[in-house]
Write a protein that binds this ligand. Structure first.
Ligand code: C2O
Ligand code: CU
Ligand code: CU
Length: 421
């Protein structure tokens, strides 16, 4: 933090060595270190200045997924960082408390760059009310980045993230880059900020003993009240914040179980959690979460836009074109975006905005998915309607993206561009 209150962060994209399998170091890419990147933490009202340097041999970008900011700072394909170059985006954080993240977004190469290891978490705090939620980072507030990889004998990630219908669906589950990891906890309740940072896999998260837990937040902010569940589903790019209660001395496994879609095959253990023989008392979970953003109100004359996800490479019959603006949205608008799916399961992410799911094939979303989000699952052959709140940073010349966050689809053209004017 500078004297004038500016918060500065330095990120360097570089190569390094990681051991996914013990004793078998392989080349990976990371921010500041060999794999993934540091958790960035800032608060509402902070002025942010980033120094992002590319020490790779190829052009990349860094996109702040979930951040509300001017299009030039967004880090999408229009803000390339050449090898050896430095990019200095800056903005003021003005959004509710949330778990966001950052990752490369170079045109057509996102899947490769993320699969190599480039991704990190970006936590936004807001004094306006996180009271009662565990919030000591690394103690009772734990980030979990879920990724799957296929590993060769020598421990190196294999497979072409741009091949097949969905790209990579790995059979080695990594949590924060660690295969078969464990976590010691020492408090009665622990908040987990869970990010699906996978290229394609959808997770159905549950504990091996079937215990229930509380969801307190989604992609873009806290829920109005905790929602008790035994399972949450997460597609690539989505985040969820949960609070889990533990009893002294127990061990419990966080798992993902198969679903009925092609992107969620297989039951896998993700993380062993070991509770200390004595646990420190935690605050009681509040009945309502004061820091939750207000519901998005859709005006009766709201613009409705329709998006048809075709096959695995186009939206409304068109592949992504860097020089074509697909939609022009007035600053501050609330619109209804209807996303229709034809064949394969997809999801849909919109840069810069927060949205709420109105319905999925006419059905209200699950309680835990009813808060503010920026990425949503679009099951095969269904229609998802979103109430989308756009920001106020106008720039007719610089687009934001919307796309499927299955990176193989994003890279092969299932992406479009909008500007805010
Ligand atoms: Cu997380 Cu356009 O992406
Ligand atoms: Cu994004
Ligand atoms: Cu897709």
């Amino acid at each position: 933090v500078d004297k004038d209150g500016t918060r500065r962060f330095t990120l360097t994209m570089r190569r390094g060595l990681s051991e996914f399998l013990p004793g078998r170091p392989v080349e990976t890419w990371g921010f500041n270190g060999p794999l993934l990147g540091p958790t960035i933490r800032a608060a509402r009202g902070d002025e942010i200045r980033m120094t992002v340097t590319n020490r790779l041999d190829e052009v990349s970008t860094v996109h702040w997924h979930g951040m509300r900011l001017p299009a030039k700072m967004d880090g999408g394909p229009h803000q390339p960082i050449e090898p050896g170059a430095t990019w200095n985006p800056h903005w003021t954080i003005d959004q509710p408390a949330a778990t966001s993240w950052y990752h490369p977004h170079p045109h057509g190469q996102t899947a490769r760059h993320v699969y190599r290891g480039l991704a990190g978490m970006f936590i936004v705090d807001d004094d306006r009310g996180e009271a009662g939620l565990p919030s000591r980072y690394g103690v009772d507030d734990i980030p979990l980045i879920l990724q799957d990889k296929n590993l060769a004998e020598d421990g190196s990630p294999t497979g072409d993230p741009l091949k097949g219908t969905f790209g990579i669906l790995g059979d080695h589950m990594l949590v924060n880059g660690t295969h078969r990891g464990f976590l010691n906890v020492g408090t009665e309740r622990v908040r987990f900020r869970i990010l699906n940072g996978s290229n394609a896999r959808m997770y159905h998260l549950t504990f091996a003993d079937g215990r229930s837990f509380h969801v307190v937040g989604g992609d873009a902010g806290l829920l109005a009240a905790p929602v008790e569940v035994e399972r949450v589903s997460l597609t690539p790019g989505e985040r969820v914040e949960v609070v889990v209660a533990f009893t002294a001395g127990e061990q419990v496994l966080l798992r993902t179980v198969s679903g009925s879609d092609d992107i969620d095959e297989g039951d896998f253990d993700l993380l062993k959690i070991v509770a200390a023989p004595r646990l420190t008392a935690s605050p009681r979970l509040p009945g309502r979460l004061a820091g939750a953003p207000a519901p998005i109100v859709v005006p009766s004359n709201a613009t409705v836009r329709r998006f048809r996800l075709n096959g695995h490479d186009a939206i409304n019959g068109k592949e992504m074109d860097m020089s074509r603006i697909d939609e022009v949205v007035p600053a501050g608008a609330v619109e209804i975006w209807e996303v229709e799916n034809t064949v394969y399961p997809h999801n849909f992410h919109i840069h810069e905005v927060a949205f709420q799911v109105i319905d999925v094939d006419g059905q209200k979303p699950a309680g835990y998915a009813s808060g503010h989000k920026d990425t949503v699952y679009v099951p095969s052959k269904s229609t998802v309607r979103l109430a989308v709140q756009f920001g106020r940073f106008t720039d007719p010349g610089t687009p934001y993206m919307y796309h499927c966050h299955i990176l193989r689809h994003e890279d092969s053209g299932m992406m479009g561009q909008f500007v805010i004017v």
